[in-house]
Design a binder for this molecule. Structure first.
Ligand code: SAH
Length: 219
């Protein structure tokens, strides 16, 4: 896969459209302007990769809309060297944006085929430092906890306690919570051992967060 000047031009237009939609975080805009989103999509979607839309990926999942990636990344407010956990690797695009922002990134995916494909792309982009795992995100990653930030990129019906427990004091969890058809973006800050502060940031629509691992199909 190549990243041509034409792709770069399309990315610049995407950045301008995100600015018009109210995204102001310059680091986040720069990251989205740098990561080649067309690498994360099937060839058939290459011409559409820089439209502000979600697209289908393997295993009946989706790559998030750039606006959603921008909002989640801005709410997470990643600082360089912070330890960040993402639940729902999917295409690996959001993970790459967070790694570009300087996160020490851990990402978990329940579909083995997506986990494998994302790993290949991380390597080809020189983002081999991203640590990816095939597993159930409801469990978090206890052996690497606590995290400065945790991002969930699938719709949860409630806020998993396990993930709250894996936050550092002062750490943040960004998660879309709600029904299958609509979720509210929630940001939770861990105040101390037992208390958390919660803020809401508008409506979004994600694929569902599901229990357990889903193995690679034998085709
Ligand atoms: N961050 C992704 C968005 C992918 S969609 C991107 O940038 O492309 C959400 C992903 O979450 C899907 O791939 C889905 O398989 C995964 N997912 C859902 N429930 C999960 C769970 N319990 N653990 C890990 N991943 C999960």
């Amino acid at each position: 896969m190549k990243d041509s000047n034409r792709h770069k031009g399309m990315r610049r237009r995407l950045i301008r459209s995100l600015e018009k939609k109210g995204i102001t975080n310059q680091e986040v805009l720069e990251a989205i302007g740098s990561i080649p989103r067309h690498f994360f999509l099937d060839n058939a979607f290459e011409e559409h990769a820089y439209e502000d839309k979600a697209f289908p990926i393997d295993a009946e999942q989706t790559i998030s809309q750039p606006y959603t990636v921008a909002i989640q990344s801005s709410l997470l407010d990643v600082k360089k060297r912070e330890k960040v956990l993402e639940i729902g690797t999917g295409s690996g695009y959001q993970a790459s944006v967070l790694a570009y922002l300087g996160a020490r990134l851990y990402t978990v995916e329940r579909h083995e085929e997506l986990y494998k494909k994302a790993q290949t792309i991380f390597k080809s982009l020189g983002l081999g430092g991203i640590r990816s795992f095939y597993g159930d995100g409801y469990k978090g990653l206890g052996e690497f906890a606590p995290f400065d930030k945790i991002l969930v990129t699938a719709a949860a019906s409630n806020i998993p306690d396990t993930l709250k427990q894996q936050l550092k004091i002062g750490g943040r969890l960004v998660i879309p919570v709600g029904s299958k058809s609509m979720q509210t973006m929630v940001r939770i800050t861990r105040i101390d051992e037992t208390s958390y502060q919660e803020e809401n940031y508008g409506d979004f629509r994600f694929v569902p967060m599901l229990d357990g691992k889903n193995p690679l199909k034998n085709i």
